[in-house]
Design a protein around this ligand. Structure first.
Ligand code: HEM
Length: 200
C-alpha cells in the first residue's frame, strides 16, 4: 500500500506540470501533451501501472480501515492522544473524497479517451476550460483538493515510516517535506482552477 501510495505521490507533480499548460491561451501544447500521454507506448505501460497502483491502494486502504473498525468498534475513552491520530483518523474519509473525485474525473476525461463517454479526446483543453467555467465544479474541485492536501500530508511521511525508514533525525525533516508537498501540490491544482474560473 505504501509503495502504491508513493507511486501516486510521484505521479501528482507530473500531472500538475501538464495541467499548467491549461493556463496558456493556445490549446495546442496541452492537447499535444494529452495526445502524447494517450498514444506513446511506454506511457501506456505507465498507465497500467498507475491504474494498478490506484486499485491496490484503494482496496488495501478500505480493507485496513474495515479491519480497524472491526478490531475496535468503540473508540478509546477520552480519545486517542497519539501524535499521528488527527490526520490518520481521517485518511479513509479524505481517501473516499479523492476516490469520488477520481470517478468524476474519469467520466470527464478518461472515459472519453477510451470511448465510453462521448467527447473529443483530441481537445481535452476545451473540455477542461468548459469545466473550469462552471462555478459548482470549481467549488467541488477546490474542496476535494483541500482534502487531498490533508491526505497527502499524513500519506507522505507515513509511507516512509511503513517502509521502515523511521529515524530520530530524518523523520522530522520528512515531516517538513510532507508539509511542503501537501501544500504545494494541491495549491498548484487549485491555482489553475481559480485562475480559469475567476480571471479568464
Ligand atoms: C492521489 C491519490 C492518493 C495518494 C497520492 C495517496 C497516498 C497515500 C500514501 C502514500 C499513504 C501512506 C501509506 C502508508 O502509511 O503506508 C496513504 C494512506 C492511506 N490512503 Fe491514500 N492516497 C491516495 C488516494 C487514496 C484513496 C482514493 C483512498 C481510498 C479510500 C485512500 C485511502 C488511504 C487510507 C485509508 C490510508 C491509511 C492507511 C493506514 O491506516 O495506514 N487513499 N495514501
Amino acid at each position: 500500500m505504501a509503495l502504491a501510495g508513493l507511486f501516486l505521490l510521484l505521479f501528482l507533480p507530473v500531472h500538475l506540470s501538464v495541467n499548467f499548460m491549461l493556463l496558456k491561451s493556445d490549446p495546442e501544447p496541452f492537447n499535444k501533451a494529452a495526445h502524447f500521454m494517450a498514444t506513446f507506448p511506454l506511457i501506456k505501460v505507465f498507465e497500467l501501472v498507475l491504474m494498478a497502483a490506484i486499485l491496490i491502494h484503494v482496496t488495501w486502504g478500505i480493507t485496513l480501515q474495515i479491519q480497524n473498525w472491526l478490531a475496535r468498534p468503540v473508540g478509546y475513552a477520552g480519545g486517542s492522544k497519539a501524535e499521528t491520530s488527527f490526520f490518520s483518523r481521517f485518511m479513509i474519509w479524505t481517501g473516499a473524497t479523492i476516490l469520488s473525485f477520481l470517478v468524476l474525473h474519469f467520466f470527464n476525461f478518461y472515459f472519453i479517451k477510451i470511448g465510453l463517454v462521448e467527447g473529443n479526446p483530441e481537445d481535452f483543453y476545451s473540455i477542461a476550460h468548459g469545466l473550469f467555467s462552471i462555478t459548482s465544479y470549481n467549488i467541488i474541485y477546490l474542496c476535494c483538493f483541500i482534502l487531498l492536501g490533508f491526505h497527502l500530508y499524513h500519506a507522505f511521511w507515513s509511507a516512509f515510516k511503513t517502509l521502515g525508514l523511521d529515524h530520530r533525525i530524518w523523520t522530522p525533516v520528512v515531516k517538513k517535506l510532507a508539509l511542503v508537498y501537501a501544500v504545494a501540490i494541491p495549491a498548484g491544482f487549485a491555482s489553475i482552477s481559480i485562475i480559469l474560473w475567476l480571471f479568464r
